[in-house]
Design a protein around this ligand. Structure first.
Ligand SMILES: NC(=O)c1ccc[n+]([C@@H]2O[C@H](COP(=O)([O-])OP(=O)(O)OC[C@H]3O[C@@H](n4cnc5c(N)ncnc54)[C@H](O)[C@@H]3O)[C@@H](O)[C@H]2O)c1
Length: 382
C-alpha cells in the first residue's frame, strides 16, 4: 500500500510520441524462437513494417508470417537470396540465426546497406568479430548487439554505483552463475549451429553485466577450463546427448587492462545450486549482486554494499528498483535500435564494447583447449 502511494509521487518517464509518417522497412533473417520476440516488439512500434523474412528451413518463414498476421511480406530461404534480391528495399534487419551464421548474415547485410540488430552473442570466433567490426566501419551502418539486460533499471544501477565512485577503484570481480539443470536443446547444443555452449549463451550476459559497469577495459590474458559432462550424459539426456558437442560449464581467470582481475564461471548444468553471486571489490567498498537461478537478465534480489563507516564494517542494501517505463526489456532493445537508425546515432549496444566480450569468450575456448593461459593479442579495432 505504502509503495502504491509513494509511486504516485515518482517521476514517470515521459512517453515519447513516435511519428508513424515514415515507416522503417525491416527484414528478419532466421525465423526461429528469438525472432518471435523481435516480431512481437516490431509489431507494437508505430514506425515499422516487417516486409521480408528469410529462413533456410523450407516453409518456416511463411509459417512465421501467418502466426503474426504479416501481410505483403517477401519470403526467402538462405539469407543470401534476400541479399541478392536487388528489388528489395530495407532499412534494417534483425539477425536471429544461430551463433554460427551470425557473422556471415551480419557482414552481408551491412554490405547490402542495411542497419543490423544482431542477436547475442556477437559471433563465435575472434576472427569473425574482427570481420564484423571491419564491415561495420566500412559501411558506417548501425550495428547493435542484442543484450536486452542492458535496459534493466537494476542492471543500470550496477553501472551507476561503480561510476558514482561509491566502491572506489575496482580491482577484483567475481561473476558468472548459471543453472543447476538448464541445458537447452534445439540448435544450442551443436558445434555446427551454436559453435559455443553455455559460455556464449549465458556467459556473454554475465560478462556484459560487469564489463559494462566498469567501462569495458581491454582483456589481456585468459586461463580457462570448460567441460561437457552433463550434456554428453545419456542417462540425463537420452536423445540430446548423442549430438551434444559444446560446453555446459566453463570457468576462467581473466586479467584486464588497469590491473583488474575477473574471476568467471558459468553453467548450464552442475551439482550445485549456484556458482555464486557477483562480487565487485573496490578499494572503498564491495558490491554483492545476488545471482539468479537461470540467468534471465535480471538482478536476483537487493544488492548489498559493504564498507567501513567510522572504522567499523557496515553493510547496506540497494533495494530492487521499479521500472516505470511501461516497456519490457525486449521492447526497449528494439526501440533503442530503431531510434539509432532514425537519428543516425551510436548503436545502443556497440561493437567497440562487445568485441571485448567476444574476445573473452573466444579466448576461453582457446585457452581451455590448449590447457594453458593465453595472451589475447587483440588487433586495434579503432
Ligand atoms: N536475446 C535473447 O534473450 C535470446 C534468447 C534466445 C536466443 N537468443 C539468440 O538468438 C539466436 C537464435 O536463437 P533461436 O533460439 O531463435 O534459434 P533457432 O534455431 O530457433 O532459430 C534460428 C533460425 O535461423 C535459421 N538460419 C540459420 N542460418 C540461416 C541463414 N544463413 N539464412 C536464413 N536463416 C538461417 C535457422 O533455420 C533457424 O530457423 C542465437 O544466437 C541465440 O543466442 C537470444
Amino acid at each position: 500500500m505504502a509503495d502504491a502511494v509513494l509511486s504516485q509521487f515518482k517521476q514517470q518517464e515521459e512517453k515519447e510520441v513516435i511519428s508513424s509518417d515514415k515507416k522503417l522497412k525491416i527484414g528478419i533473417i532466421g525465423t526461429g524462437w528469438i525472432a518471435e520476440s523481435h516480431a512481437e516488439s516490431y509489431l507494437i512500434m508505430p514506425d515499422v513494417e516487417i516486409v521480408a523474412l528469410s529462413d533456410i528451413i523450407p516453409g518456416k518463414a511463411q509459417k512465421f508470417a501467418k502466426k503474426y498476421g504479416l501481410e505483403n511480406v517477401k519470403f526467402y530461404g538462405h539469407h543470401s537470396e534476400m541479399i541478392n534480391d536487388k528489388s528489395l528495399e530495407l532499412d534494417a534487419v534483425s539477425v536471429c540465426t544461430y551463433n554460427k551464421t551470425h557473422a556471415e548474415c551480419t557482414i552481408d547485410s551491412l554490405k547490402r546497406g542495411w542497419h543490423v540488430l544482431l542477436e547475442k552473442p556477437m559471433c563465435v570466433t575472434i576472427e569473425e568479430a574482427v570481420a564484423i567490426r571491419k564491415a561495420e566501419k566500412e559501411t558506417g551502418k548501425v550495428l547493435s548487439i542484442g543484450f536486452q539486460p542492458r535496459f534493466d533499471v537494476n542492471m543500470q544501477m550496477i553501472k551507476k554505483i561503480v561510476e558514482s565512485g561509491e566502491l572506489g577503484e575496482v580491482y577484483y570481480i567475481q561473476t558468472g552463475g548459471g543453472r543447476r539443470r538448464g541445458i537447452p536443446g534445439g540448435t544450442f547444443i551443436e558445434q555446427d549451429t551454436a559453435g559455443i555452449g553455455a559460455l556464449a549463451d549465458i556467459g556473454c550476459y554475465s560478462l556484459d553485466m560487469v564489463l559494462n559497469a566498469i567501462g569495458y577495459p581491454k582483456p589481456l590474458t585468459v586461463s580457462a577450463y570448460k567441460s561437457d559432462f552433463f550434456g554428453k550424459n545419456p542417462e540425463m539426456y537420452p536423445e540430446d546427448s548423442k549430438r551434444f558437442n559444446v560446453d555446459d560449464f566453463a570457468a576462467a581467470f581473466i586479467r584486464l587492462e588497469g590491473g583488474i582481475i575477473l574471476d568467471f564461471r558459468i553453467s548450464w548444468a552442475m551439482h550445485m545450486d549456484t556458482a555464486g553471486d557477483t562480487l565487485i571489490l573496490g578499494k572503498k567498498a564491495g558490491l554483492r549482486i545476488p545471482s539468479t537461478e537461470c540467468w534471465n537478465g535480471t538482478v536476483g534480489g537487493p544488492m548489498k554494499i559493504y564498507r567501513d563507516v567510522a572504522n567499523e564494517p557496515v553493510c547496506y542494501e540497494v533495494p530492487i528498483l521499479p521500472d516505470y517505463s511501461g516497456m519490457g526489456l525486449f521492447d526497449k532493445k528494439i526501440r533503442s535500435f530503431l531510434d539509432a537508425v532514425k537519428n543516425g546515432t551510436k548503436a545502443p549496444v556497440s561493437t567497440d564494447q562487445i568485441f571485448y566480450n567476444q574476445a573473452i569468450l573466444s579466448g576461453i575456448v582457446k585457452s581451455a583447449e590448449l590447457g594453458k593461459e593465453i595472451e589475447l593479442d587483440l588487433p586495434d579495432i579503432g
